[in-house]
Design a protein around this ligand. Sequence first.
Ligand code: IPM
Ligand code: MG
Length: 348
Amino acid sequence: MATRIVTLPGDGIGPEILAPAVALLERFVPDVKVEEHVFGGASIDAHGTALTDSTLAACQSADAVLLAAVGGPKWDTTDPDQPRPEQGLLGLRKGLGLYANLRPVRPLPALYDASPLRREIIEGTDLLVVRELTGGIYFGEKSRSATSATDVCTYSVHEIERIARVGFGAARSKVASVDKANVLETSRLWRETVKRVHAEEFPHIELEHVLVDNAAMQLVSAPRRFDVILTENLFGDILSDEAAMLTGSIGMLPSASIGDTDAPGPHPGLFEPVHGSAPDIAGQGIANPLAMFLSVALLLRHGLTLESEALALESAVDKALDQGLRTRDLGGTASTAEATEAVLAALG
Ligand code: IPM
Ligand code: MG
């Protein structure tokens, strides 16, 4: 049976970085059948909603989903009754049960000097942010009156246990569990639960608890000390953008969102760059496509268990950068097409 991948170009630079990524995917998976659907702002324009039932159904029955980026000024609104592109993303994560978001951060030696941080600080950094993706304040009850607003943050023991297992399972040596247990009740439950899962199932992994404000500081003062950063939805959102800058540009960071691979039936993962739709540079052909390409590598690895193909693509990106490839966000002049050619050339 052919491998079925649903692609969601979304908005802004989405379509122009997704097209070359699909070409790479086709090269590694010759039997791939790609099915494109409108999503995000484009879907609001076409159907009045960021995620239609038929797009969600297509994603649910695919082998994996490859998403570029959503959003843009055209759909920016603070009116709670208007549709927003981000609702598509949240609906997709929830609808596919993707509770674990993996964001590897490994600055390449070739880019050490592209980071706003000094080389001696970032050298040797190789960390993974494991972010809980379907709970917390993102999905709690919301309310709004003329003079106040509320966002409820809820976590269940079950939600914390399953993400903790992903975090410990991915760790080589240690887990830094990040919370705000000095203030938040959900964080105290988080800390207790992570401690118990650690003691019962992963005693060989080192565990430390770090308050989120302190973690934000250590990420830029001593990033090398982290292996896995395990954290809840909102903290993970913020810390992963911060961590992205260790690599020189947010245009470098891929992500994988996965659900319960033990559950019966299809369990497609979602693979997407961490960056947004960059409306300011959309349509100019200058976007850095590397996070998108690296998301294809994560799709190959986690979505299709094609580890050697994933490694080949990652090494080609490394090699192209080594040979001097720099898009504008990295201080160079390469266009999206030139970046694509450089990676294809490095693949040989
Ligand atoms: C991300 C993004 C999303 C998030 C937005 C677009 C809803 O910032 O994937 O990190 O907050 O999760
Ligand atoms: Mg974010």
